[in-house]
Design a protein around this ligand. Structure first.
Ligand code: NAD
Length: 230
């Protein structure tokens, strides 16, 4: 059975109504990312950061998985599929995918500001100043912010290195180290990139570029792969 690894970015959730980041001119929902998604931003104005992620949670609760998320579920009935997502939303989970590695954390989790290993679920949409872990430290979103280490990078790179087919959907490949995952795939791995605004990808012997939206592009590719290898 082919081993397929899929790297997804904000673009796969765009058709579910969740805005991407770079499409809106480098601002994320009107904010400089360093204000709302960095340790400096948190130190300067934790209320703003909490409000920002509370809004993102509200948006995510209203959104539904789209055809691209669902196409990856279909793919997993024919192949071994691992999803590496840069997204913090839970639309892959809600579509029914398994084997999902969240590189940049999860919107519906909080973590202790004293010990990053102490992680708690967030029920609903709100995390507020004064919400504390059992040991008394303020909780923050369990998100990997700009300038922070990406602890899941090592397992993600190991997955990429073992892929027979590596599919990239809806990412500008501008955020590192996530963007470097494509460098870990082997020369004999098929690489397929789906994005209406194709990102710059270095030359690869088996590269297919599909300038299409995630929904239609993913459905087509999934059907083609099933037809080709079933
Ligand atoms: P990005 O915003 O940098 O790039 C989005 C990409 O999606 C672009 O290449 C764009 O052309 C493409 N795109 C837009 N509409 C599309 C569609 N319908 N189908 C397919 N592709 C489409 O996103 P990124 O590369 O994921 O990096 C942004 C960072 O911001 C990530 O670290 C992520 O954690 C965070 N973020 C997450 C979410 C989310 O969880 N849904 C949303 C916004 C930002």
């Amino acid at each position: 059975m082919k081993n397929i690894v899929v790297l997804t970015g904000a673009g796969i959730s765009a058709e579910s109504g969740i805005n991407t980041f770079r499409d809106s001119g480098g601002l994320w929902e009107g904010h400089d990312v360093m204000e709302v998604a960095s340790p400096e931003g948190w130190r300067k104005n934790p209320q703003l950061v909490l409000d920002f992620y509370n809004m993102r949670r509200k948006d995510a609760l209203k959104a539904e998985p789209n055809d691209a998320h669902k196409a990856l579920v279909k793919l997993s009935t024919y192949f071994h599929v691992e999803i590496i997502t840069q997204n913090v939303d839970d639309l892959h989970e809600r579509a029914g995918s398994e084997n999902i590695l969240h590189l940049h954390g999860k919107l519906f989790e909080s973590r202790s500001t004293l010990n990053p290993r102490h992680i708690y679920p967030i029920e609903g949409w709100e995390l507020n100043l004064g919400d504390k872990c059992p040991r008394g430290s303020q909780l923050r979103p369990n998100i990997v912010w700009f300038g922070e280490a990406v602890p899941m990078m090592e397992p993600a790179a190991a997955l990429a290195a073992k892929a027979d087919i590596f599919i990239v959907i809806g990412t500008s490949l501008q955020v590192y180290p996530a963007a470097s995952l494509i460098d870990y795939v082997g020369a004999d791995t098929e690489v397929i990139v789906i994005d209406p605004n194709l990102p710059a990808v270095k030359k690869h012997p088996l590269l297919t570029l599909i300038a299409e939206k995630a929904s239609t592009g993913a459905l087509r590719i999934v059907d083609e792969l099933i037809e080709k290898y079933k």
